[in-house]
Design a protein around this ligand. Structure first.
Ligand code: ZN
Length: 246
C-alpha cells in the first residue's frame, strides 16, 4: 500500500494544487500525510488548510505553525519569517487556527513516525550533518522517520552503526534499515530546484514495513504565488526565492 508524504507547504496554494494534481495521477487512493509548516512565508494559509482538510491529510505541527498560533518561538525567526508569521496570525480564520492547534508534534503511523524537524526536537532541530542524523537514528522506535524543516530532500540511513547520507534523485530507493527520510518542501524548496517536492512511499509490510521511496518534483505557477505574496504586502524576498529554489 502506498502513502503520500508532504512537508513545508508554507501557505503556497499554487504549489500544493500542482502537487495534489500529480498525486491524483500517480497515487489516487493513497492516504496523505504531512510533516508540518503548513503555513508561514506564503500568502494562502486558509486555502492550504482547506485543501489539506479536503484530502483528509494527517500530520504534525511545524515551527511556523506554532508561530502562527501566537507562540514566542517567533522571536527566534529572521526578519522575513517574523513578518510573515505576524501576517499569518492576522490572516488565519478561527477554523484554520483550530485545525492547526489540533496538530500533534509527533505522530506514530505503524512502521513510520512523522515529525517536522527531528525526533529529538520535533519543532526546531535541523538534521544537516552525520552526528545529528546518527543521534536521531538511534532514537527511532519505528524503522522510518519522515520529516522536513530543512526544505531539502535527504535520506540518512544507519549502516554498520554509522549515519550514511544516500544521494536522492528521481529514481525509487529501497529502504534497507533505520532511515530518516526528509521529504523536501512543497511550497519553498531550497535545493536550487524550484519545483514543488513530494514523496511517494510504497510500503512493504513483509520487510519490516520498509518498502521504497520516490521523490517527485512538480512544476507549478510560480508567478501567481509571487503575485499573491506581493499583493499581501509580505517581504519581496519571500517571492523572489521561489523562482530560484533556495
Ligand atoms: Zn519550513
Amino acid at each position: 500500500m502506498s502513502v503520500v508524504v508532504l512537508s513545508d507547504v508554507h501557505a503556497n496554494i499554487q504549489a500544493l494544487d500542482a502537487v495534489l494534481d500529480d498525486v491524483a495521477r500517480v497515487a489516487p487512493h493513497a492516504p496523505i500525510w504531512h510533516c508540518g509548516d503548513v503555513v508561514g512565508y506564503g500568502a494562502s494559509p486558509n486555502e492550504v488548510i482547506a485543501a489539506l482538510r479536503r484530502v483528509g491529510a494527517t500530520g504534525v505541527m511545524g515551527n511556523h505553525d506554532l508561530a502562527a498560533l501566537g507562540d514566542d518561538i517567533v522571536e527566534s525567526f529572521n526578519e522575513g519569517a517574523h513578518a510573515a508569521a505576524l501576517w499569518t496570525r492576522e490572516a488565519l480564520t478561527a477554523e484554520s487556527r483550530e485545525w492547526l492547534r489540533s496538530l500533534p508534534r509527533v505522530a506514530e503511523m505503524g512502521s513510520a513516525t512523522l515529525v517536522h524537524a527531528s525526533l529529538r526536537d520535533p519543532i526546531l532541530e535541523y538534521v544537516m550533518d552525520a552526528t545529528t542524523a546518527e543521534e536521531n537514528l538511534r532514537r527511532l522506535s519505528t524503522p522510518i522517520l519522515f520529516h522536513g524543516h530543512t526544505h531539502i530532500p535527504a535520506l540518512w540511513e544507519l549502516q554498520r552503526e554509522v549515519a550514511h547520507l544516500t544521494a536522492v534523485d528521481a529514481d525509487p530507493i529501497a529502504l534497507r534499515g533505520p532511515s530518516l527520510v526528509n521529504v523536501g518542501s512543497v511550497g519553498q524548496p531550497r535545493d536550487r530546484d524550484p519545483r514543488a517536492a513530494w514523496l511517494l512511499w510504497e510500503r512493504d509490510e513483509e520487510h519490516a514495513g520498509l518498502g521504497r521511496v520516490t521523490w517527485r518534483r512538480v512544476e507549478y505557477d510560480i508567478p501567481s504565488a509571487q503575485e499573491a505574496i506581493d499583493a499581501a504586502g509580505l517581504p519581496d524576498s519571500l517571492a523572489s526565492r521561489l523562482a530560484v529554489g533556495r
